[in-house]
Ligand binder design. Sequence first.
Ligand code: KG4
Ligand code: ZN
Length: 338
Amino acid sequence: MDDLIFLGIESSCDDTAAAIVTGDRRILSSVVSSQTDLHADFGGIVPEIAARAHAEKLDLMVEEALDLADIGLGDLDAIAVTAGPGLIGGVMAGVMCAKGIAAGTGLPLIGVNHLAGHALTPRLTDGIDFPYVMLLVSGGHCQFLRVDDAQTFTRLGGTIDDAPGEAFDKLAKLLALPQPGGPSVEAEAALGDGERFHLPRPLLDRAGCDMSFSGLKTAALRLRDKLIEEQGGLRQQDRRDLCAAFQLAVAEVLAEKSRRALSQSPVPILAVAGGVAANKTIRAALEQVAHSAEAEFLAPPLRLCTDNGAMIAWAGIERFRLGHRDGMDLVARPRWPL
Ligand code: KG4
Ligand code: ZN
């Protein structure tokens, strides 16, 4: 089944993506159209705008993915599509697009769980074997998954409120830094002193792998307001130190919880995915934890860590190999726990 060629379609959040992937792990093409600009004025993703943009872009992205791979619909073996979880309008747009292609070509249709797409990515990028632990850490997700096979995912813990990326974005907003917040907070933090302020490490005192990041954001807000009140404004160095303290707190929480995930579930590999995995301080902290647990640390390239169609095509291939097929009754699901 190495010669399989799959189309993958992703539209569950604010990226419209399509990709062509083969059974022997080659990504023939992967295109992503981001909606960041469309939502910029609203301070968050507007589901209705997202759904419309997906509906307008999906067929174009599929066409582009096929063109770049230099193949036609007739060369495909199946179509994989994100069927949830996510913003329902976008997921429906993707599922309808996939059903249309499946109906027109007679090709098999495979519904993929978006989180399974992220969780199986290290098998696409690095060809690793099961089992492994995956920390999925982005603007929308934050959870530890133990992956035992392509359909057995055990959630070891996760955030009970905000995802870290969301917290980075909110901090950036508080400090009037550009969005997305993660990269701008990281750039400020690089010039700051993480030890000047101490921010809380929520839930570190509680056993297990659950995390919380909303209190951290509230503590940063109070500190900002206190500085403004005392000094009549926020100095550049205050902003930098606050970013460094925040980044350090997130890194320490993620590192300690990763350490627990690995001791609770000893596996040879700790993999990370999601936009926050791009943060160098966080990455270094996780790498150190993995090495102390004698595990390999693996972070797929960023373009495959964030939302993309290749991970959906690959997860589709894995499901297909297990004999899974969906029909025209495939439903789009806003919630779909792994
Ligand atoms: O995986 P992703 O592209 O999208 C979803 O959440 O679906 O992740 C985006 C998130 C944003 O919240 C962004 O601020 C955060 O990842 N991010 C970072 C960094 N780069 C992106 N957070 C911390 N440090 C970074 N360097
Ligand atoms: Zn995602």
